[in-house]
Design a protein around this ligand. Structure first.
Ligand SMILES: [Zn+2]
Length: 312
């Protein structure tokens, strides 16, 4: 019999990514669909993406033993739903796990997106073989999680800590929560764009990618905004490592694609902030696929048996 596969789906604030993954972390199929879910339910849309993946998988679909869904927010594990989600407000309370399990006749697990990225990196990426791994994921939002021996530490709501609204600076950038300088406001993609806008190097429509590009093209003001971002990021990672004392800190999420451009500044700032012994600071290895791969890793941990195999 061919080895089992799992579906990993990363339902973020701006895109759904879905992957068909084997137990070695090899991706057999991958899909990315942009979406703006707003206040709408998310299960029907996720189901459509998985349906497309199923068509691509063909007969390999029979090898799928479980489905993992990574979502940005707090989990209600009993109901298999989101309890709080700033970027997916319409999904709060929606019985996502139940809907997808019934439709695809597979066990489904919901996992907080940062935990999923952490599981992926610990299984097949930068955190493999490391005992205590702290991850900070920065993209549309900002989240952090700690794993010990490959297992996410779940202090409350299935996550390690809520770092999104911890102060990261600068105070000049307001946060949607009403305070100023939160990591969510300053270290997210929006935070980088806000810095660039203040430095008058980005139009209001600019994205974080535009800021990287213009800095790379020699725009001094964009380069300065990027350096300031890297400095605050490194310091914040140092503060987090003082709190959680990991062996390694992984920088993940959409903004980790900029690591080559910001690593020198971020590392120097990290080394100043972190108390010895300073943990290793590593960029994520799985890139934009980390959440989907980690969701698949979570699905592989689900109990499944022969009865399930016969059910198909
Ligand atoms: Zn805030």
């Amino acid at each position: 019999m061919k080895p089992p596969l799992a579906v990993g789906c990363d339902a973020g604030g701006s895109a759904i990514k879905a992957a068909l993954v084997d137990a070695n972390g090899r991706v057999h199929a991958f899909l990315l669909r942009r979406w703006t879910p707003g206040r709408r339910a998310i299960a029907p849309r996720i189901a459509r993406v998985i349906e497309t993946l199923k068509v691509r998988a063909g007969t390999d679909w029979r090898r799928v033993v479980g489905i993992g869904i990574a979502v940005p927010g707090w989990l209600d594990a009993t109901r298999g739903a989101l309890a709080r989600a700033d970027n997916l407000p319409g999904a709060v309370g929606e019985p996502v796990r139940h809907i997808l399990a019934r439709r695809f006749r597979r066990p489904v697990v919901l996992e907080a997106d940062t935990n999923a990225a952490l599981l992926g990196e610990c299984a097949w990426g930068a955190g493999a073989g490391i005992e205590r791994v702290l991850i900070l994921a920065a993209g549309t939002g900002v989240g952090a999680a700690l794993a010990v021996a490959g297992e996410p530490v779940r202090v409350a709501h299935h996550v390690t800590a809520h770092v999104a609204h911890v102060y990261a600076g600068p105070a000049s950038i307001p946060c949607a929560c009403g305070r100023r300088g939160c990591a969510q406001a300053t270290l997210s993609a929006g935070g980088l764009v806000a810095r660039a806008r203040r430095a008058a190097c980005a139009r209001t429509t600019a994205t974080a990618h535009d800021v990287f590009r213009r800095a790379g093209e020699g725009d001094a003001r964009c380069a300065r905004a990027l350096r300031a971002y890297a400095r605050d990021l490194g310091r914040f990672l140092g503060e987090l490592s003082n709190l959680f004392t990991p062996d390694a800190v992984i920088f993940a999420g959409g903004l980790s694609g900029a690591w080559p451009a910001i690593s020198d500044t971020a590392r120097a700032s990290f080394a100043r902030a972190a108390i010895a012994p300073v943990p290793r600071l590593l960029p994520a290895k799985l890139g934009r696929r980390a959440g989907a791969l980690g969701a698949a890793a979570a699905a592989f941990r689900l109990p499944w048996d022969e009865r399930l195999a016969r059910m198909r």
